[in-house]
Ligand binder design. Sequence first.
Ligand code: ATP
Ligand code: MG
Length: 388
Amino acid sequence: MREVILVKCGELVLKGLNRRSFEDVLIKNLKRALKPLGRVEFFPAQSTIELKPLDEAFDFEAAEAAVARAFGIVGYSRCAVVEKDMQQILPVAAEYLKDELESTATFKVEAKRSDKKFPLTSPEICRTAGDYLIEQYPHLAVDVHKPQLTVHIEVRDKLAYIHGGARAGAGGLPVGTGGRAAVMISGGIDSPVASWMMSKRGVALTAIHFASPPYTSQRAEDKVAELLRRVSLYAGSIKLIVVPFTKIQEEIKDLCNEDYFTIIMRRYMMRIAQRIARQENCEALITGESVGQVASQTMKALACTDIIAEMPVFRPLIGMDKDEIITISRKIDTFETSILPYEDCCTVFTPKHPKTKPNLPAVEAEEEKLSLEAELEKAVAEAKVVWI
Ligand code: ATP
Ligand code: MG
């Protein structure tokens, strides 16, 4: 019996003329994700893509897991494929779904027929298959309203497909169809979630992390790499750029009023991130900020950092509560890594009384005390690249 995975494309079918290029990007992403599992052929047709493995020992479970994480897919099903002939469809359905049929009490058959020349109508396919399955599994009863199992028979252009129900896909848009943005990634809970959310909207990611050795350790950097590795299971490969930030932080600490330390540091992060983002062909920045979460995330504080930016700054978590963010972080399996207790450059030199309502002229006056242009350029030049 031949098996395939049928993938149902999401929103991308709505995109009119772009549909073809969206489909191409989705196929390219799937190819990359499935490559380690063996050779697969792809056949797009009618808002679905058929994934046909060419090797005997294809790992379907791993493939399904990869498909479940690919953005741009609303649902997928692993199916048996047969000739469009009831004599073949019926025994294959009974055999292919044997375990499910044996372990449920009620079922129904749902048929779809895109080939209108097929001799049976959809209701006739349902009736014939229903009768046949009850003959084979006499314990079964039909329940058309709330069946425990729905047997799907889809008669498509060339072949018929049989499966026991579709699974939900990750939704969103294929990564790469939405341009590229640079995410400012810390080792915390929020920024990996923000990365995932923008990636879900089709945005390819470059990551920027500020490190302040010796105040921050290699383990903290490794933690960021591990977080991004988990995000990359959804987002595809990510270039991580680690920026040395110690000198700049020390100078801010030495020369500026302590209460302004965090806000000024964040403005420097923004300046550097923006330069790197431009070099890396990114069209926007992404952060994991949400209004009011900490002193540097009040509206007034955000305004002071935002004004530095000459490109859009996306903050997908802006209106979310911490527990909502944690729910996503558990779902995408970054939570346990995020809570490992390594230091972040933001927690170095934190002021005792950070300004929650900084006013811009005061911040700018404090910044006047600094001459960090050379350091800023040096930080960009000495940044180190790690491929995830
Ligand atoms: P997170 O959980 O993402 O660390 P947070 O609630 O701890 O967020 P902050 O530490 O104030 O908040 O950081 C706010 C945002 O600034 C982060 O979401 C991230 O986008 C960015 N950021 C913080 N620290 C760094 C860093 N070391 N390198 C790069 N970006 C950072
Ligand atoms: Mg943080």
